[in-house]
Design a binder for this molecule. Structure first.
Ligand SMILES: [Zn+2]
Length: 110
């Protein structure tokens, strides 16, 4: 999951990568409740509490969903109406992505 925070100095967004599914997991991963990162844009060190990191929507999965649906549609072309159902695949990926990022953003740590 990609997390983002805003640099206090230049107000640009920076991203942090994590394997954690929520802030509790992130806390375990970091071993502390804040990050201290150098801004990629201006080099300013920003200390942020992990409650102020937000999960970004990862549209890569939606794109994968589109590719997958195109492939399946091609394979099922002879079945006619079945191929139209493949349009639901990217939608499903999109919902899953939204669920993941909102689950992350909902949990707060002390
Ligand atoms: Zn900056």
């Amino acid at each position: 999951m990609k997390l983002s925070y805003r640099c206090e100095s230049c107000k640009k967004d920076n991203t942090v990568k994590t394997k954690a599914a929520n802030r509790h997991g992130l806390l375990m991963e970091l071993g502390k409740n804040e990050i201290n990162k150098r801004c990629l844009h201006c080099g300013h060190f920003t200390k942020k509490h992990i409650n102020r990191l937000y999960a970004d929507d990862n549209y890569t999965y939606v794109i994968i969903g589109f590719v997958l649906s195109a492939v399946i549609r091609y394979l099922l072309w002879d079945l006619g109406w079945v191929s139209t159902l493949t349009g639901a695949i990217p939608l499903y990926f999109w919902i899953e992505m939204k669920k993941k990022s909102s689950a992350f953003n909902r949990t707060m740590v002390k």
